[in-house]
Design a protein around this ligand. Sequence first.
Ligand code: FPP
Ligand code: MG
Length: 294
Amino acid sequence: MNLKESLEIKKQFVDNELDKIIPDETSYPGILFKSMRYSVFAGGKRLRPVMALAACEIFDEDISKAMPFACALEMIHTYSLIHDDLPALDDDNFRRGRLTNHKAFGENIAILAGDGLLSYAFEVMANAVAKNPSAANAKALQAVAFAAGVNGMVAGQALDVVSEGKPLTKQQLDFININKTAAMIVGSVKAGAYAAGAEEKDVDILEKAAIKLGLAFQIQDDILDVVGTFEDLGKAIHSDEKNEKTTYVTLFGLERCKEIVETLSNEAIELFSHFGEKAEFFVELTKYLVDRKS
Ligand code: FPP
Ligand code: MG
């Protein structure tokens, strides 16, 4: 099976499950669920949950073991996008090819839709642990919580927002990128691997690969913000310039950034290759992400 087919099958699997577990607007109060579902089902790439399932598959062919964590990762990622787009943060009008949540539902409901997705993600993971209280499931939950919170995404986002309009060193920018973006990619592969019962030594290798992949992914995101199109990205371009953000592109220029992305992804591929044929998905995915347009 090629990467595209494998990606599509896993994405479908995740989408079906998300559709099953997130209540629709017939639940009360309907506006909350309508707003949550508006952003979740807006056409995201589902990279994080797909990576969780693929990491699980390296160690156990039953990828449903990783499904609650995969769904939680996508719900947390979607909450972070909703909040990131708010006027108090990046103040963006379009995301995933449609109006941002607060433009469609108002700021109050957008904040609550984000809160709802974040807390529901933890409920879904806790339900999985309650059903099967294994160390594997507990570690998977721990990996997602670590990635999403004050040791990861929230910390990166905090430095990001207070740094607007200020010059940053490479070290400060790396802190932002590693925490804001790479942490959730790391959390995804770790959660999937743990859910399958992987050993620490294998999870460590996956973690090292995912940091490289996560950094390459963010730098490519910065590149696309400069050279991409609204149609491909489904969101405004030149958002970093508007918000006076230091990025790899402002520090090193486009050409050097492309080289850095290439180097990081080759290093990630080398690490993934440790798992041989079983990690072929990640090798192909890494190549695809470097060349992506959205
Ligand atoms: C695009 O993901 C998103 C990123 C590159 C990460 C940006 C990080 C944040 C917005 C963190 C915000 C954090 C808080 C706490 C508000 P993608 O290209 O996978 O998007 P898709 O899911 O729409 O395809
Ligand atoms: Mg943003």
